[in-house]
Design a binder for this molecule. Structure first.
Ligand SMILES: *[C@@H]1O[C@H](CO)[C@@H](O)[C@H](O)[C@H]1NC(C)=O
Ligand SMILES: *[C@@H]1O[C@H](CO)[C@@H](O)[C@H](O)[C@H]1NC(C)=O
Ligand SMILES: *[C@@H]1O[C@H](CO)[C@@H](O)[C@H](O)[C@H]1NC(C)=O
Length: 287
């Protein structure tokens, strides 16, 4: 009897101490991770302030598992109080047995994959299939839909800020090509990352014009469709905030600048690292 009491007396405090340690650990490690970017000061999101919604579809290939995970990390630490922003990875029909298992796992875990009914290609209609399938594939409507490459780094806060005052309809936004052009109507937005309002996405899916012109440089075609259909009267070319990584593409490139919305042509780790460092993405963490 005495001995049992003794054990209870000894174990009770240890259980309490253990619980306390557990709670402290949880609070610090799980509930309150250090802010991903101290100088960014991520504001708490008031849903009533959310002014618009945006889906960013990153066109990639099913087999690019590692890169997809990297991009999930890069975009997972960003948000904007101005907008609901969802990132999804987009590719054509699966072709290998192992993809069915691995992609299914990703879908169950992250719910961020869209599979189009097409054969993997770049300039053979994937962008058309992407936009024209969205109204059917997405569980909800967004104010804006973006098409982005998987070698571009997009910054949500400046992007949302730049969209805040722009029209929500008939909008075609991006980095206008040719590189030296400052006229958003001459001629089209670069495939690095361009954004359409929802009405234009629906138009692409329903008009006969895009359907008949699907083969060719994907970004150039989009500009051609709008020209032929007399659409996208609201245009915005975000220079110099969008550009190619320094030294990679002549007049499309320039040095990194604080007001950046998107940097393109990140093909190597040293380029990604320089960008993450420059934009203080991991600065809040001390090791
Ligand atoms: C958001 O709006 C709803 C309804 O107007 C209100 O009840 C709620 O308190 C608001 N939330 C915040 C965080 O302001
Ligand atoms: C996928 O595309 C092919 C060829 O265009 C078509 O025959 C087929 O019906 C499509 N499948 C679905 C599920 O839409
Ligand atoms: C990164 O942080 C440094 C130091 O706080 C600051 O001077 C710089 O402007 C920040 N860079 C950007 C792009 O916000």
């Amino acid at each position: 009897m005495q001995r049992n009491k003794c054990i209870i007396l000894v174990t009770l405090p240890s259980i309490i101490i253990f619980l306390l340690l557990f709670i402290i650990f949880f609070n610090v490690q799980v509930l309150k991770p250090p802010p991903p970017n101290a100088s960014f000061k991520l504001p708490t999101i008031n849903p009533n302030q959310t002014q618009f919604s945006l889906m960013i579809g990153i066109l990639t290939r099913a087999d690019n598992y590692d890169h997809r995970h990297f991009l999930r990390l890069v975009y997972g630490v960003q948000s904007s109080p101005l907008a609901t922003i969802h990132v999804k990875f987009v590719f054509c029909s699966l072709t290998k047995p192992e993809q069915r298992a691995l992609i299914a796992l990703e879908m169950l875990r992250f719910d961020d994959i869209l599979i189009l009914n097409c054969t993997e290609n770049m300039n053979n209609g994937k962008t058309y299939t992407y936009f024209s399938s969205l109204p059917r594939l997405l569980p909800r409507k967004y104010d804006y839909i973006m098409k982005a490459d998987d070698d571009v780094f997009i910054r949500f806060e400046p992007l949302a800020l730049s969209l805040k005052a722009l029209p929500r309809v008939d909008l075609y936004y991006g980095f206008v090509i040719p590189c030296a052009s400052m006229d958003p109507f001459v001629e089209y937005m670069s495939g690095m990352g361009f954004l359409l309002s929802w009405d234009l996405v629906k138009w692409i899916g329903s008009s006969e014009i895009p359907k008949e012109t699907v083969v060719g440089p994907e970004d150039k075609l989009v500009g051609k469709w709008f020209k032929m259909g007399n659409k996208a009267k609201n245009r915005f070319s975000n220079k110099p905030a969008m550009y190619d990584y320094p030294g990679t593409n002549g007049r499309c490139s320039h040095e990194l600048i604080p007001e950046t919305v998107a940097v393109h042509r990140l093909k190597r780790w040293d380029q990604w690292l320089r960008v993450l460092e420059y934009f203080n993405v991991t600065k809040g963490l001390k090791f």
